[in-house]
Design a protein around this ligand. Sequence first.
Ligand code: PFF
Length: 493
Amino acid sequence: MSTNFTTRGGRERAIISRHNAYATPFESVTVQFCKITIKQGAAALTSQRGEFGSRFGFIMAAAGSAVGLGNIWGFPTQAASNGGAAFVVVYLLLAFLLAYPVLMAELTLGRHAHGNMIAALAKVSRNGTQRGIGTLMGIVGIFTASLILSFYAIVSGWMIGFGAAYPLDALGATETATWLSEFGLSRNLMLMLIFMTLTMAVVAGGVEKGIERWSKRLMPALIVTLILLSLYVMTLEGAGKGLAVYLVPDLSKLWSTELVFNAMGAAFFSLSLGVGTMLIYGSYVSDEEHLPSLGVQVALVDVGIAVLAGFLILPAMYVAAERGVMIFNEAGGLLSEDTLIFVVLPALFDSMNETGTVLALAFFGLMSIAALTSSISMLEVPVSFLVERFQWGRLRAAFIATAIITAMSAAIVMNFDTLFGLVITVSTRYSQPLLGLALCVYAGWVWRRDVLLKELAKNEEATASTFFMRWWPWYVRFVCPAIIVTILARSIA
Ligand code: PFF
C-alpha cells in the first residue's frame, strides 16, 4: 500500500514541480489542488493502514500487549523464587533503565516508518548491508513473535478451560469440567484453537475497530478485577505471611547472575520487546502524539500491574498453605510456574465452596483477558507484514497467519515434553534480548541522529523531553547494548 502511495505521490509531486517551472496564478491554483490531493492521499493511506483513534486507545492497546501472563503469573512467581523484593528491585531497575529505552527505540522506529519492522529497519539504513541485516532481523522478529504466540496460545487455552470448568462443575457438568481442567491432547488442542480463533477475530477487525476497541474494553475490566481480587485475598488468614515473602528482600540473592538474567528476560518479555509488537503499535500512532510520554505511561501500567499481581499471588499461596495446601517443593522452595496456577490456586478455590467458584471465575477470566490483549499484539506482527508486503486484505492475512501459528502450536502440543520448554527458552530468553540489541544498534548507530531527533521532537512537550532528547539517543547507543551484552555473556559463561 505504501508503495502505491509513494508512486502516486511521486507522480503528483512531479506534476507540481513541472507547474512550478512556469508559475502563473492559474497554475499556482493547480499546485494548491495537487497539494490537497497529496494530503488527501496521505489521509486515505493512514486510514487504510490503520491508526489508533485516541491516546487512551493506544495506551490501552500497548499496555494490553505488555500486561499478560508474564505479569500476573510469571512475575510474582519469579519474585517468590528469586529472593522476593530483591528480584522486584532488580526488575524495576531493569524495566526503567533497560526495557523502557528499548521500548522507545521500537515506538520511534515504528512511528517514523509507519510500517512493520522490516520496513522500519530498511528505512533508517544507509547502505545495502545495513538493509540486508535489518531485513533479516525483521524476519527473525516476525518468526519469534509467531513462536511466542504458539506456546502462549496453549497456556492461554488452559486459562479459558479452567475459567469455564468452575461454573460448569457448579452446574453439575462434572465430566466436562474435569475434561477442561485435566492435561490431555484433545483438550489442549481444542482450547488452543478456541483461543487462536478469538485472537484472529479481534485482529481481523483492524487497528481501531478490533485491537483498540477490545483493548479499551478489556484492560479496565482487568485492572478492576485484579484490584478487587487482591483486596479480598488480603483479608484472608495467612495473607500476611505471603506479603512478607514478597516484600522482605533476600539480599543474598541480589547479585546472583541467575537473578539478573531472569529479571532481564522478565522485563523484555513483559514489555513485549524485540519482536516488533511495540514497533508496529508505534507505527499506528499519529504524528501528533508525543512518544516519550506515551512510552512512560505504557511502562508504568505494565510495571504497576506486575507489582500489583504480586499482592494477589503470593498472599493467595500462603492463604492456601493455611488451609492445608502444599505450597513448597521437596527442596523447600515455593512451588511456582504451572503447579502454582493449576494445582495450588485451584486447591485454594476448592477449599472455599461457592466463594471459590466466583474467585476462580474472576481469576481465570482475568488471566484470559490478559492473555488475549497480549496475543492480539503478537498476531498483529505477521498480519501487518502480510498486509503491507503483499497488499493482502486484513481478513485474509489474519486467517493465514493464524492458520500457520495454529499449526506450530499443534506441533508443540503433540510433542509437548520436547518442544514446550525449548520454544519458551529460545524465543524469550535468547531471541528477545538479542533482537532488542539489534533494535538499539539500529536506533543508536545506524539511524541518522538528526532524523531521529526530528522524529522524537514531533509534538515536543518542553521540559520532560529536553532531558529525554539529550540522554536517550546516547543511552540507547552505548548503555543499553552494553547491559544486554554483559548480561547475556555472563549467563552464557
Ligand atoms: N508481554 C506479554 C506478557 O507479559 O505476558 C507477553 C508478550 C506479548 C511477549 C507480546 C512478546 C510479545 F510480542
